[in-house]
Design a protein around this ligand. Structure first.
Ligand code: URA
Length: 436
């Protein structure tokens, strides 16, 4: 088999066989096929697409390229969740405890933030003492005892995806539906859960900008999940404006605690309650969504969900008193308040630009090696659709120095528009996609 022939076939719109897909994935992972040939193939895939058979084969080949986590020693249905990335997206810190309080088992491996999107591992590490690098057996033990653990990715999970994703990043081939679907699903399959909940983001802060594209991605990922025997549900959700009120690591844990206490931003709460209900449904704790929703509300109202987060934090070595008293989290010392330039309505608060403002403040990473400031970030006092008076505070920005605050403010201002008419603020949850 020759890589040249595989590139040529795809360039002409042909369908690659399983053997051809295995050949290039294995050859590239093992360093036998050079970047320039795989780059050419990725670009051919970008333009020609992939059939369902090809996308399924690529997913499995990447999932099998490294370790596969075996969760069978943990009793019960294990449910995983994945968000395609967002700004202010602290949902894993909220759903996990709610679903675990309802009996679902969650053994979750999460990532770190890069660019405008944050990562759950960085957020958790803002809790003093909390460990996210935990050996496999201890990780399983925590899930067996508390029902929930969230750690960083460990072991050699999907090395093929790691290499291919890095190459896509520098060859303008990230935004390809079959490549995104196979990349996400290969990692979920390798992580070993029985069922998968996908939060497919749509809007300015997301890969998918339109409902049509988001729906196609959601359907493709659900199909792949079902093809490999994992119950899979996807929700398509809004990411045109930041999710909730806080952006930044400690700030987001604080907000997660508020939602788990029955308070917090209504859009964030609505999203979390619906995602959590889907996790309970997928975990088999409810046979219908209506009863799953009732369980979710009870878990929050009774305080069991917040207590579950505290248990997880302590099991991972963290100081659980921060969960009971989230006001203990320290924000960074320098602060600037952004005020409304005119009376009117916030007609735009661009999620991606807000995420980049948080990076300027020190809350995120420009490169993989950047050091983040746990206390930096943005507290939104207003969001898209809210009315404002001239000079009224819209947001508080926190960083280590006033200079960083100024840089963050410049970026934040480019995310913001105030106009005289109230904008349409669409629903938080746009669609739900379930397998047949
Ligand atoms: N997230 C992933 O893990 N892979 C993609 O291709 C895009 C988003």
């Amino acid at each position: 088999m020759r890589m040249y022939d595989i590139i040529h076939k795809k360039r002409e719109g042909g369908e690659l066989s399983e053997e051809e897909i295995r050949f290039f994935v294995q050859g590239y992972t093992q360093g036998e096929i050079p970047d320039y040939q795989v780059s050419a193939l990725l670009m051919a895939i970008f333009f020609q697409g992939m059939t369902r058979r090809e996308t399924g084969a690529l997913t499995l080949e990447m999932a099998n390229s490294g370790d596969r986590v075996d969760l069978s020693s943990i009793p019960g249905v294990k449910v995983d969740k994945h968000s395609t990335g967002g700004v202010g997206d602290k949902t894993s810190l909220i759903l996990g405890p709610i679903a675990a309080a309802c009996g679902v088992k969650i053994a979750k491996m999460s990532g770190r933030g890069l660019g405008h999107t944050g990562g759950t591992v960085d957020k958790l590490e803002s809790i003093p003492g909390l460990r996210t690098a935990i050996p496999r057996e201890e990780f399983f033990d925590i899930v067996r005892k508390t029902g929930l653990a969230i750690i960083g990715q460990s072991g050699n999970l999907c090395p093929a995806d790691k290499k291919l994703y890095a190459l896509r990043d520098v060859t303008a081939t990230v935004e390809s539906l079959p490549l995104i679907a196979s990349s996400i699903m290969s990692k979920k399959i390798a992580a070993g859960a029985d069922a998968i909940l996908l939060d497919v983001k749509m809007g300015s802060g997301a890969f998918m900008k339109t409902l049509e594209d988001s729906r196609a991605l959601a359907k493709e990922m659900v199909r792949i999940g079902e093809q490999v025997g994992r119950r899979t549900v996807a929700l398509i959700t809004d990411m045109d404006m930041p999710l909730g009120r806080n952006i930044g690591n400690a700030l987001e844990v604080q907000e997660a605690c508020q939602v788990l206490s029955g308070k917090g931003d209504h859009r964030l709460r609505a999203l979390c309650l619906e995602l959590a209900a889907n996790m309970i449904y997928l975990g088999g704790q409810a046979s219908e969504m209506a009863s799953a929703r009732v369980q979710v509300v009870d878990a929050v109202r009774s305080g069991q969900a917040l207590e579950k987060l505290r248990q997880m934090v302590e099991a991972q070595g963290g100081d659980g008193s921060y969960i009971q008293h989230p006001e203990k989290f320290q924000v960074s010392p320098a602060c600037v308040e952004v005020t409304a330039p005119a009376k009117g309505f916030i007609t735009r608060l661009d999620a991606e630009e807000c995420g980049l403002a948080a990076v300027e403040l020190g809350a995120g990473r420009e490169t993989k090696d950047s050091v983040i400031d746990a206390g930096a970030g943005i507290v939104l006092l207003k969001n898209k659709g809210d009315s404002v008076e001239q000079g009224e505070p819209i947001a508080r920005l926190y960083a280590q120095t006033q200079e960083l605050c100024q840089r963050g403010q410049e970026r934040f201002l480019s995310a913001l528009e105030v106009g005289s008419h109230a904008p349409d603020v669409g629903p938080m949850i746009l669609e739900r996609v379930e397998g047949e």
